[in-house]
Design a protein around this ligand. Structure first.
Ligand SMILES: Cc1cc2nc3c(=O)[nH]c(=O)nc-3n(C[C@H](O)[C@H](O)[C@H](O)COP(=O)(O)OP(=O)(O)OC[C@H]3O[C@@H](n4cnc5c(N)ncnc54)[C@H](O)[C@@H]3O)c2cc1C
Length: 372
């Protein structure tokens, strides 16, 4: 029977990053994923400025385009465009990014097994026993990085307190789209309840998607067809259609129990407003690895809440305000100075809208009031 210090289940951004940090610290780590890499994951593939500050390796070799402008549009009508002096998002494809991170985990010293499902998890006071690709493995600590539909959370009695949104996305050739998307991402606001639509240009194609409350599941195809149409593309021309869940935890929801820690989507860390989760995957990976290295597993949930909950509270509030009063919030977002704060939030330079100074304070306070 093979023994490890840590078994990491799932090699998305959260799992591979956790394995990189742990292996660099000298831990014996097994990183296992049921998929054979390179594999894709339904995702816009946008690395926000704040995610770039936390990713454990420089992703430049797999970045296809830098975005420093956003076009924001309300219900396919009125729109405005704002720019920033540094990239707000670096666009990659998850097939490429995740394989790149996996390679770095192996190079750091983690034992990597793809095409290998983890099952039959058993957690007791002495440690973890699991079947990894049919072989019995023992470990001291289990990290659940197995995403929105993972099994680790359930096996540890975790996973309550998570709201599950849904998203559907696909690709079209860049040349098929209207408008200049050279360095611009388009965000279509108030086109479905609890979310938005996006157009993210990549190397030779653009990723189109819609995400919202879980109850929108049956209507996602219609929402995506409307988005494609608004950008001059027939729905039939959208390829690689894939749907996936967006797990968003309520503030303070535990992400650990005994010897089990959850990271990334397995812990429900998707940002409720933006729907992005890679920043949270990288932050939770770092904190989980630190907790394991210093032997303070019980401190992990509190450290995670301290790192993420203030920002997440602001995101939940803005999401409520947008859902209830889209026109007013759109007008407030258009007001002078507000986009500078949004850019600061995206790049991790502003922790919370309440920290904003200057002319943006009034419109931002209005949005906070509308959230109730
Ligand atoms: C449509 C859509 C668009 C998005 N766009 C963005 C975006 O532009 N930017 C952004 O930051 N975020 C975006 N997100 C969110 C982002 O995709 C997730 O937050 C991110 O993938 C979380 O990473 P993770 O490592 O936690 O989980 P995942 O990336 O889901 O990885 C989980 C891994 O676990 C493996 N696994 C599961 N069960 C087992 C098992 N039993 N044994 C072994 N392996 C297992 C899976 O094969 C998978 O590889 C988007 C999400 C969706 C749905």
């Amino acid at each position: 029977m093979q023994r490890f210090d840590v078994l990491v289940v799932g090699a998305g951004p959260a799992g591979s990053s956790t394995a990189i940090h742990l292996a660099r610290a000298g831990a014996r780590v097994l990183l296992s994923d049921k998929a054979v890499f390179p594999r894709d994951k339904p995702c816009g593939g946008g690395l926000t400025g704040r995610a770039l500050k936390r990713i454990p390796v420089d992703p430049s070799p797999v970045v296809e385009r830098d975005i420093d402008r956003f076009q924001l549009r309300l219900r396919y009508g009125s729109s405005f465009t704002r720019g920033h002096d540094e990239p707000l998002i670096r666009m990659t494809q998850r097939r490429r990014l995740d394989a790149f991170l996996l390679e770095h985990a192996a190079a750091a010293g983690a034992v990597v097994r793809d095409g290998t499902r983890v099952e039959a998890l058993d957690v007791d006071d002495a440690g973890i026993t699991a079947l990894v690709g049919g072989e019995t493995v023992r470990a001291d600590v289990l990290v659940g990085a197995d995403g929105a539909n993972g099994v680790v959370a359930r096996s540890a009695g975790l996973g309550e307190g998570i709201v599950r949104g849904v998203a559907l996305e696909g690709n079209v050739p860049l040349a098929a789209l209207r408008g200049d998307l050279e360095r611009t991402a388009v965000i279509e606001l108030a086109v479905l309840p609890g979310g938005y639509g996006w157009v993210f240009p990549k190397g030779d194609h653009a990723n189109l998607g819609v995400g919202g409350w879980g109850s929108e599941g049956p209507r996602l195809r219609d929402h995506l067809a409307r988005l494609a149409h608004a950008h001059g593309v027939a729905f039939e021309a959208v390829t690689d259609l894939r749907g996936h869940r967006l797990p968003m935890r309520r503030l303070g929801t535990p992400a650990g129990a005994g010897r089990v820690l959850l990271v990334g989507d397995a812990a429900g860390l998707v940002d409720p407003l933006s729907g992005d989760g890679m920043y949270e995957a990288f932050v939770s990976a770092r904190l989980a690895a630190d907790a394991i290295v210093v032997g303070d597993l019980d401190g992990y949930s509190a450290a995670l809440s301290a790192a993420l909950d203030r920002h997440a509270a602001a995101s939940w509030a803005a999401k409520r305000a947008f859902d209830r009063y889209p026109r007013t919030v759109f007008a407030a977002a258009r007001a002078p100075g507000v986009f500078r704060v949004v850019a600061g939030l995206l790049c991790g330079e502003v922790a919370h809208p309440a920290d904003a100074r200057g002319v943006a304070r009034g419109p931002l306070k209005l949005i906070a009031r509308l959230a109730g």
